[in-house]
Write a protein that binds this ligand. Structure first.
Ligand code: ATP
Length: 303
């Protein structure tokens, strides 16, 4: 029987390393990004609709503020892109049940795009290869290929050329969430402004981080966490420095702004330490809400 509906679960990401090269003439930056997929998930359900109805979308769940329900939603763009590439009319309704914080530096929009690509492949039995899905993903955004693959990976170029990274063990995270997002372009612009007079080197993968991941040494991973966008994000949102400090004071193994922020990620030793830190952050009054998660987890998967 032909499938009418497919649901895909897709995780959020945290950057263990985000190193930003100089601004290129086209305005972009070469990056080295070490991604880890973490267990906060959006669910993307695609249901075939009547011929001629096109692509429609509804966004539900506990993280919907600021997410467009029109053609500018990355999930809609993903569905349409598949129709264009495989040359067929797409009549599909997309429901995105969001738990990934919006504009939080956790790649929620990219996750929904990745989930939609995987769901389109299953719903229309396209049998696209992994490489084809990655290439479609890269057209939609540099984080999209990673949200398809999940796990732990190094992204180079614009962050979209992926190599799997060897990582042992499970890592426990606490995320301090902000109610108001930060726009990624504004954080890059602040980064350029702060570096205007500086000579910026080409980004390179941190050996210390790779060795710590290989050894499964959470303490060493905590020490090796690094994000070049942390300074710019804190410059735009000074309260983030305070959040970082509170987490470090309460014994986090490592703390950094996730991606372009404003989510702050704390690596902790185990589940119990995560619970303690979550309580401490909430009690401190400097954090709106917290989420706990583990990583690495799989990328976009049909349920
Ligand atoms: P990144 O970590 O990749 O920089 P982010 O996590 O900071 O991204 P997103 O949650 O992806 O940010 O959202 C950024 C903006 O993209 C939102 O404010 C919203 O306007 C737009 N957007 C488009 N489609 C989506 C979607 N499916 N989910 C969330 N935001 C979307």
């Amino acid at each position: 029987m032909a499938l009418n509906s497919v649901t895909v679960r897709v995780p959020a990401k945290v950057n263990l390393q985000l190193s930003v090269g100089p601004r290129e003439s086209d305005g972009y930056h070469n990056l080295v990004s070490v991604f880890q997929a973490v267990s906060i998930y959006d669910e993307v359900t695609l249901t075939k609709s009547h011929p001629g109805s096109g692509v429609t979308i509804a966004v539900t769940g506990d993280q919907t503020h600021g997410v467009p329900e029109d053609d500018s939603n990355l999930a809609v763009k993903a569905a349409k892109l598949v129709g264009t590439k495989f040359d067929f009319d797409v009549d599909v309704h997309i429901e995105v049940k969001k738990s990934i914080p919006v504009a939080g530096g956790m790649a929620g929009g990219s996750a929904d795009a990745a989930g939609t690509l995987v769901a389109m492949d299953a719903l229309y039995k396209l049998e696209a290869t992994r490489e084809e899905l990655f290439a479609l993903g890269a057209e939609l955004g540099s984080d999209v290929p990673f949200m398809i693959s999940g796990g732990t990976a190094v992204g180079t170029g614009r962050g979209d050329q992926l190599t799997a990274a060897l990582s042992r063990g499970t890592y426990h995270w606490v995320f301090a969430l902000s109610t108001v997002g930060l726009s990624t372009p504004s954080v890059y612009a602040e980064c350029d402004r702060m570096r205007a007079e500086l000579e910026v080197a080409a980004p390179k993968v941190s050996d210390a981080l790779m060795q710590s991941l290989l050894a499964g040494d959470a303490q060493a991973v905590g020490r090796a966490l690094h994000n070049d966008l942390q300074g710019p994000a804190c410059s735009l949102r000074p309260a983030l420095s305070l959040v970082l400090e509170v987490g470090r004071d309460y014994g986090a193994l490592g703390a950094l702004v996730s991606g372009s922020g404003p989510t702050v990620a704390f690596l902790v030793a185990d589940e119990e330490a995560g619970l303690d830190l979550a309580v401490a952050l909430t009690a401190s009054g400097v954090v709106g809400s917290v989420a706990r998660a583990t990583g690495p987890v799989h990328g976009a998967r049909v349920l």
